[in-house]
Design a binder for this molecule. Structure first.
Ligand code: AKG
Length: 292
């Protein structure tokens, strides 16, 4: 039985929102997603959290990177009473995450913002900062992690809780998607880049730097934030002692995108069978979710 919420948007995307995405590389879409999707995802998310192998503990990763590599983990305190939990590709073996990535309004949102006839699902990610999580999300650019090249690539970030600067809102460097640069992927809780990666070093950015054009949004469940894959972004710690910060990101690509194998970036199984320059076409591991 299929109990997923329906795939209609609560409202249309406005021309001004499309213009913001194009010029700023990010847009906040308040009140656009049926709240039933949030209840649906919260249930699915708790099952993944309860599974001991469901998510990576990035708080633990940060401790190991500090102890073993001497990295400067981006943390507001030496002690984190919460945990930063993260995972990718849940849609591949979890029906609820597959329903959200493929049959919710998200593919339509990606198609409209990217002005793309076709939309393919690249991956999904869970990003949970439990109350008292000291680790920040290091500033990064998604494109450096993706084995893709092209203009129409984006991430849709869906908050499952109210999120603000106390609990770790995401911070974006306005218009940074226009730099024409690909930045090396990093460890997500530290600025150091992943081994054997290629590209530019990501600039050092402090979340509260008033000289830079940093933007953040207070969000509620039912809102979406969509950013271009080349937009630089990071996120704060969760300073609250009682409020969770649960979010799901789904990453899509569209017309004209080709594969580009980026050394050192995390590979997926089907990347073994593609070469740089091959066009993205529908594949069970990167399915067409909108258009034809
Ligand atoms: O939620 C976060 O902490 C970071 C989100 C992010 O970097 C992403 O979804 O691309």
């Amino acid at each position: 039985m299929d109990s997923r919420p329906n795939s209609d948007l609560i409202r249309s995307i406005t021309q001004s929102e499309i213009a913001s995405f194009v010029s700023d590389g990010v847009v906040h879409l308040p009140g656009i997603l049926d709240i039933d999707w949030i209840y649906f995802l919260r249930t699915a998310l708790e099952e993944v959290i309860d599974d001991p192998n469901g998510l990576a503990d990035l708080t633990e990763l940060g401790r190991n990177l500090t102890a073993n590599e001497g990295f400067n983990v981006l943390s507001d305190s030496d002690v984190s009473s919460g945990r930063f939990l993260s995972g990718v590709d849940h849609w591949k073996d979890n029906e609820s995450f597959a329903a959200f990535a493929k049959f919710s309004p998200l593919p339509l949102v990606a198609a409209e913002l990217m002005n793309s006839k076709s939309v393919y699902l690249y991956e999904d990610s869970i990003l949970v900062k439990e109350p008292g999580t000291s680790e920040k999300t290091a500033f990064h650019q998604d494109l450096g992690y993706f084995h893709l090249e092209g203009e129409k690539i984006c991430t849709v970030w869906a908050p499952l809780d109210e999120v603000d600067s106390e609990t770790g809102s995401v911070v974006y460097l306005r218009s940074s998607h226009k730099s024409n640069k690909v930045f090396k992927p990093n460890w997500f809780v530290a600025n150091e880049s992943l081994p054997n990666t290629e590209g530019n070093e990501i600039p050092k950015i402090e979340m509260d730097n008033k000289e830079m054009d940093l933007i953040r949004f207070d969000t509620r469940p039912g809102d979406l934030i969509v950013h271009h894959a080349a937009t630089i972004h990071g996120a704060g710690a969760n300073h609250s002692i009682s409020r969770r910060r649960r979010a799901v990101s789904v990453r899509y690509c569209g017309d004209g995108v080709t594969y580009k194998i980026r050394p050192g970036a995390p590979l997926k199984a089907h990347h073994e069978n593609v070469r740089t320059g091959d066009p993205v076409v529908s594949h069970p591991d990167c399915p067409l979710v909108w258009g034809n």
